[in-house]
Write a protein that binds this ligand. Structure first.
Ligand SMILES: N=c1c2ncn([C@@H]3O[C@H](COP(=O)(O)OP(=O)(O)OP(=O)(O)O)[C@@H](O)[C@H]3O)c2ncn1[C@@H]1O[C@H](COP(=O)(O)O)[C@@H](O)[C@H]1O
Length: 112
């Protein structure tokens, strides 16, 4: 299931050598980190608005589309900073099965 994240990451890496007018991803790299972060923020807001609409009985497809936009732009942000989905997936895997309450308690015991 997560294969598409890695496939997409490979495309995002390839786009680092592309001309901005030939690719949306290359055009974002060219505009720089602030523009990428602006897009991530924009997509996050659109996602939460779509979640509210879905909760009010709207079409969940809009929420799925906005979440895909958010994940896509988050992957661009990671790639721009030399990171990829593997690191995030490994972090989720490490957390898997550990209750959020237990993790928080362990953190406050360590004084983090
Ligand atoms: N998954 C996506 C994807 N999702 C969304 N988008 C683009 O992301 C943009 C989203 O921006 P908005 O929703 O804000 O719409 P907009 O008003 O057109 O955008 P702005 O003018 O505000 O920047 C749109 O242009 C979408 O087409 C994507 N563009 C590319 N991909 C993947 O990335 C690959 C590489 O894309 P290119 O680099 O463009 O070849 C593609 O093959 C796809 O697999």
């Amino acid at each position: 299931m997560s294969d598409i994240l890695n496939q997409l990451h490979q495309v995002l890496e390839q786009r680092k050598g592309a001309a901005p007018d030939s690719s949306y991803v290359a055009s974002l790299y060219d505009k720089g980190l602030n523009k990428i972060l602006e897009k991530v923020g924009e997509e996050a807001v659109e996602t939460l608005l779509a979640a509210r609409d879905t909760d009010a009985g709207g079409d969940p497809k809009a929420l799925i589309n906005e979440t895909a936009d958010l994940w896509f732009h988050s992957l661009i942000m990671l790639a721009h900073l030399g990171l990829g989905p593997d690191q995030v997936l490994a972090e989720l895997e490490q957390r898997f099965g550990l209750s959020g309450h237990d993790e928080k308690a362990a953190r406050s015991e360590r004084g983090d």
